[in-house]
Design a protein around this ligand. Structure first.
Ligand SMILES: [Zn+2]
Length: 274
């Protein structure tokens, strides 16, 4: 009679005896437990769709409302974050809500951080007219690229900057370019640049950034009044590539916050409810 070792060498399935079976079952359960622990999301991310169906924000060079771009990118980003499984992510419910109502604790559902998705325009003096599909639209091909904003009035300005830095670094690595047009010294712009290389600006008074009791970043994915960039931002592959870079940045930030989670100070709580 051949023993089990001989059978293993020959590739024959060997049914282990009872004690070995119990040990294997235990090891298998332990493996599942460790895997579950490793897959446990390190943080919960609220993704805000900039603007609303009724007030869509900017209008693209081809006449499409910014909200449409924001909504599509936000959903791709949430799907990517959930698929990666290192973070839990959800779309912040903005339906029928003011910006202030969007960031109430109930609506934030204990999220650890917030990213607001927008698409960019330029100041009116840079816009020209063109006709597309028989309708006149405004465009400017002068500026392109993404921009990131944080508010120093947020209760967690340093963690907000970490989040913006991680997102900007991954966008840059993935080949996306940042725009510096918000720093131009003209009315409506003149935003202080915190990091010119990564395209990070300071914008203290933005409600969606200053009111949440958690780190928050606003991302302008690109300039939709630029005809070429609008086409790119409408391309599913381009959108997925951008969402992957943004997700990687969020996941990096979640990793660093997991070791030292942001805490709200009583004074910050008071400021955030002003
Ligand atoms: Zn916007």
């Amino acid at each position: 009679m051949e023993d089990n070792w001989h059978n293993r060498k020959k590739g024959i399935l060997v049914r282990p005896g009872r004690p070995a079976g119990i040990v294997l079952a235990f090891l298998s359960l332990l493996g599942c437990f460790i895997q579950a622990q490793q897959k446990k999301p390190s943080c919960k991310v609220a993704i805000d769709i900039g603007h609303t169906e009724k007030a869509q924000g900017a209008t693209s060079a081809h006449g499409v409302g910014e909200f449409v771009f924001n909504r599509d990118m936000a959903h791709i980003l949430v799907d990517k974050l959930v698929q990666d499984a290192s973070t839990d992510a959800f779309i912040l419910d903005g339906t029928g809500k003011s910006l202030k109502e969007r960031v109430t604790p109930t609506n934030l559902k204990n999220a650890d951080l917030l990213v607001s998705i927008h698409h960019d325009s330029v100041q009116p003096q840079y816009l020209s007219k063109w006709v597309y599909n028989g309708a006149e639209h405004s465009y400017s091909d002068q500026f392109n690229g993404y921009s990131l904003f944080i508010s120093r009035a947020n209760p967690h300005p340093d963690q907000s900057l970490t989040l913006a830095t991680d997102i900007g670094s991954h966008l840059l690595q993935a080949g996306f370019t940042r725009s510096l047009h918000h720093a131009e010294n003209i009315p409506g712009e003149n935003r202080p640049l915190i990091d010119a290389k990564l395209g990070i600006y300071q914008y203290d008074d933005l409600i969606i950034l200053k009111l949440p009791p958690i780190p928050a970043v606003l991302l302008e994915c690109g300039v939709i009044v630029n005809r070429q960039e609008e086409s790119e931002l409408s391309d599913p592959n381009y959108m997925k590539k951008m969402a992957a870079a943004v997700a990687a940045g969020i996941e990096d930030a979640c990793g660093s916050f997991a070791s030292s989670p942001p805490r709200i100070t009583p004074s910050a709580m008071r400021n955030s409810s002003d």
